[in-house]
Design a protein around this ligand. Structure first.
Ligand SMILES: [Co+2]
Length: 202
């Protein structure tokens, strides 16, 4: 695969279709700048800002772009919200389509044949193996990504996180929760709220 990629890159460069410096810039961006911390920022903002959340669920591409996130040409991002009655989960049954601009590079298991096949055949079973118990009265919806359509799960905010700042909330959001294969639990050692509690000192 590496040889094929290198051969392709050489041909495209020799024919003048791609600029090697542009390729380097793209690779560097995905290695160092783009990652799940961007998605986590988006999720934390949606939890903290009702207008942003509406905009995100309405048109995630536009909402995320407004935050200054690097966008890839042709990507169309859709945010799906987890609720007490609905659990969303993301897969690409065909290959490995993934919302790179908000989650960075896809994990190896996401690209594996068993996950791609079983996520649609037995999503509850897969979730259970990953430690996510979805109650029977909660609907599970599996979204199949394509080259044009990418999905981001807006996970449920963990209980016990009231009063946390956007930055503190973002630190609690995991990559897997944004793929829909993990749920967020109350942090064991909750970070100290930025605003000190009111009241005088003793
Ligand atoms: Co794909």
């Amino acid at each position: 695969m590496q040889l094929r990629v290198r051969a392709l890159e050489t041909v495209l460069t020799e024919k003048g279709y791609v600029d090697p410096a542009a390729l380097d810039a793209v690779i560097e961006a995905y290695e160092t700048k783009v990652g799940p911390h961007i998605g986590a920022r988006v999720v934390a903002k949606a939890w903290s800002d009702a207008a942003f959340k509406r905009a995100l669920l309405d048109d995630a591409t536009k909402a995320v772009l407004a935050l200054g996130v690097i966008n890839r040409v042709g990507d169309h991002l859709i945010a799906v919200e987890n609720t007490p009655k609905l659990h969303n989960m993301i897969v690409c049954t065909l290959c490995s389509c993934y919302p790179w601009e908000v989650l960075g590079l896809p994990p190896v298991w996401y690209k594996s044949a068993p996950y791609r096949a079983r996520a649609v055949i037995d999503p509850r079973g897969v979730l259970e193996e990953l430690g996510v118990e979805v109650a029977e009265d909660v609907e599970v919806r599996v979204w199949d990504s394509t080259a044009e359509l990418r999905y981001l799960v807006l996970p449920e905010r963990a209980p016990g996180t009231a009063g946390l700042s956007e930055d503190q909330l973002a630190a609690l959001v995991t990559r897997d929760s944004m793929i829909g294969v993990a749920v967020l639990s109350t942090p064991t050692a909750p970070p100290v709220p930025t605003t000190p509690p009111r009241g005088g000192t003793p």
